[in-house]
Every structure is written in structure tokens, then in C-alpha cells.
Design a protein. Structure first.
Length: 267
């Protein structure tokens, strides 16, 4: 779909969506079954920014994301969004998983409409928002297809459309492109950047891919092995759009340092 034909939903001003994470530790179980899933973490996600979180498998990245989403609760510390403590799931916090999480009995359009029902829109606005959301991710003309008829990349486009259609102020993305082939992943990076720049939700993006983090994010937090803690933060001021094929010396330096930080200790 050409840039001229792109239909945008109303952009979100970057004044909402400040996430404050203060000394958050997460422990599961007790006694001899006690497991520290996340060591104390303190970070801020500023409104409208794109932050990547990268670390070894099992270090607590997804656990931290689930705590921000209100799916699990900190054992100590606090998480707030725009000054309000997170006490459970919030309709203004969108979540996108690697597994798509689409309803197989709904069409692409039906999946987006399901997310819009909570907004109480009139019928005309309801239909317009659903169709525009799919058009924005390049799926105009595919509205009546079911998830089983869509490729992996198209399913993830539906998931992105469904989540952004509700105009969330915070977007949490847990390795959303991890199951896609390299070519489709690059295409999805471009799509995500375009939609994020139009809506300006605050994004936390979890990934194992160093290049992906450097291409997408304003800031990259690197986590240690479990129990995870933030061991280094990289601020990325390079102009967008970015491509790993065109990294300059500074980006190559950051890539090398992040790889060294993630390298497992020698036996």
C-alpha cells in the first residue's frame, strides 16, 4: 500500500504513557521452592518513546513486561503509569505476543472489532475504526479472511491492528516478530515504525535480537542472566529509518558491546 493511500487513526499526543518502575523485584514460590525471577529493577519509560529490553533466555524480561501489564504483581517495589499504581490489566495498555493470540473463529475484521467493543463507539465509528486499522497495516481487502488463511506476517499485522485500534497509551511487545523469517521481519520493522510514529504510544519491546533492538529503539536496556537486572543502558540517537545493513561505526560498537554483555560466562 502506497504512502498516499495510508489511512491513519487519530495520533496519540506524547503526553500520556509515562511508566515508572521502582525497585521492582519478582519472586515466585516460597521456602525451598522460592525462585527470584527478577532482581530489583528501576527504569523509566518516557511518554511516546520506544524502549527495547534484551537479555538471555529466562532472565525475567517477559516477567517484567507481565508486571507492567498487570498480569503478575511485584514482590517488592512499585510500577505506575502516569502516576497511578498498576493493580491489574488496564485497557489503555496494549500487549502483543509472539503467538499472535488471534481468535480463530473470527475473521481479521472480527478480531479487530472484538478489541473495539469496549470503547462503546457508535456503529459508524465502530466500523470505520476497524476497517482503518486493517488498512493501516496493509490488509485492506483481507478483512474477511480467518487467521488460518493468513501467513505468519499477516497474522501479526492483524494483532498490531487490533491493539493499536484501541489507541493504547502504552504498548508492550513480547518478541512479536520472533517466529517470522528474516525478510518478513524486516518488513514488519518498517510497518511497526510507521504505525508507532503515527500513534506515539510508549513502547516496551522485548527481543533476543541485538540488531532488531538497535534498529527500532530509542533506548536499549541490557539484562543480566537470571535473576535479571539491568546491567547497561544504551541511548540511540540515530535518525530513522535505520537498517542493520547500514550501521555506522557507533552502531557497530554498540552491537559488539551488547553481544559481549550477553555472552555466557566461560566454563
Amino acid at each position: 500500500m502506497s504512502a498516499a493511500s495510508t489511512i491513519h487513526l487519530e495520533p496519540q499526543a506524547a503526553v500520556r504513557g509515562r511508566v515508572a518502575i521502582r525497585n521492582v523485584e519478582i519472586v515466585f514460590g516460597s521456602g525451598k521452592h522460592r525462585t527470584q525471577a527478577l532482581a530489583p529493577v528501576t527504569i523509566d519509560l518516557e511518554p511516546g518513546t520506544f524502549t527495547a529490553l534484551i537479555g538471555p533466555s529466562g532472565c525475567g524480561k517477559s516477567t517484567l513486561m507481565n508486571a507492567i501489564a498487570g498480569f503478575v504483581f511485584p514482590s517488592q517495589g512499585r510500577i505506575s503509569i502516569d502516576g497511578i499504581d498498576v493493580k491489574g490489566p488496564d485497557p489503555e495498555v496494549g500487549v502483543i505476543f509472539q503467538q499472535y493470540a488471534l481468535f480463530p473463529w473470527f475473521t481479521a475484521l472480527g478480531n479487530v472489532k472484538f478489541a473495539l467493543k469496549r470503547l462503546g463507539l457508535d456503529r459508524e465509528e465502530f466500523e470505520r475504526r476497524a476497517h482503518e486499522a486493517l488498512a493501516e497495516v496493509g490488509l485492506a481487502g483481507q478483512e474477511m479472511k480467518y487467521p488460518g488463511q493468513l501467513s505468519g506476517g499477516m497474522k501479526q499485522r492483524v494483532a498490531i491492528a487490533r491493539t493499536f485500534s484501541g489507541a493504547p497509551k502504552v504498548m508492550l511487545m513480547d518478541e512479536p516478530f520472533g517466529a517470522l523469517d528474516a525478510q518478513t521481519r524486516i518488513s514488519m520493522h518498517s510497518l511497526l515504525m510507521r504505525i508507532w510514529q503515527a500513534h506515539r504510544a510508549t513502547v516496551l519491546f522485548i527481543t533476543h535480537d541485538v540488531d532488531e533492538a538497535l534498529v527500532l529503539a530509542d533506548r536499549v536496556h541490557v539484562m543480566s542472566r537470571a535473576p535479571g537486572r539491568i546491567i547497561k543502558t544504551f541511548d540511540i540517537a540515530h535518525q530513522r529509518p535505520r537498517s542493520a545493513a547500514d550501521f555506522d561505526m557507533e552502531q557497530m560498537r554498540m552491537r559488539g558491546e551488547i553481544h559481549r554483555l550477553l555472552r555466557p560466562p566461560e566454563e
